[in-house]
Design a protein around this ligand. Structure first.
Ligand code: BEZ
Length: 221
């Protein structure tokens, strides 16, 4: 089964893109990376997604995350589509602020397990699903998300998970449901109370539960 699992080193693939040929690891350098795939160029949902990604690209930059999209069309198609995307944003004079990989032979889509067998083009060929891969500066996969072609993603949620990934890469905490930067975080279960008390000088509060087990431990970072 092709695909890539959390913690795997992301393949250092070579690809043609709208900024020329790249080797993925060189493209990332020391940054985090986000690769998001699209079923096809010149399609409606994909256009709204790329337009949203372009609008908030500065937010990814602030977080030191390099963006790259992928679709199973050619560089030439991608360049034409990019103009539509920026025009959709009423910003037709600006270039798309990130490259798009041309996977017109579907090699990368197969390698990364991104094809959706239920979604096919007019020739019966499978299209790419809406995958998201977040890669850390160590080139390892930190997060993957897989949506079908018919459901557009939420790019604000992608920023939120990147904030969580970057925080939890640094500190021994986990982020609870709907967490946003600035909210309280949770002490990870593998830390003893003594370790937590010495690590989190802002204090740790524990919520009482019917089980009597003291596993809901909150702190501020
Ligand atoms: C779209 O981007 O709108 C789309 C692409 C393929 C299948 C369904 C929707």
């Amino acid at each position: 089964m092709p695909g890539i699992l959390l913690g795997d080193v992301f393949p250092n693939f070579e690809a043609d893109t709208t900024i020329g040929k790249i080797k993925f690891h060189d493209f990332l350098g020391d940054s985090w990376g986000i690769l998001f795939s699209h079923p096809r160029d010149f399609t409606p949902v994909c256009t709204t997604e790329l337009a949203c990604a372009a609008k908030i690209s500065n937010e990814f930059k602030k977080r030191n995350v390099k963006m790259i999209a992928l679709s199973i069309d050619s560089v030439e198609d991608h360049k034409g589509w990019s103009k539509d995307v920026m025009a959709f944003n009423s910003d037709g004079e600006s270039p798309l602020p990130f490259p798009i990989i041309a996977d017109d032979k579907r090699q990368l889509s197969v390698q990364l397990g991104m094809l959706d067998p239920d979604e096919r083009d007019k020739d019966g060929m499978p299209l790419t699903a809406r995958c998201v891969f977040v890669v850390g500066p160590d080139k390892k996969l930190k997060l993957s998300i897989l949506y079908p072609a018919t459901t557009g993603r939420n790019f604000d949620e992608l920023l939120r998970v990147i904030d969580s990934l970057q925080l939890t890469a640094q500190k021994k905490v986990a982020t609870p449901v709907d967490w946003k930067p600035g909210d309280e975080v949770m002490v990870i279960p593998s830390l003893s109370d003594a370790e937590a008390a010495s690590l989190f000088t802002n204090g740790v509060t524990t919520k009482e539960l019917p089980s009597g087990k003291k596993y809901l431990r909150y702190t501020k970072v």
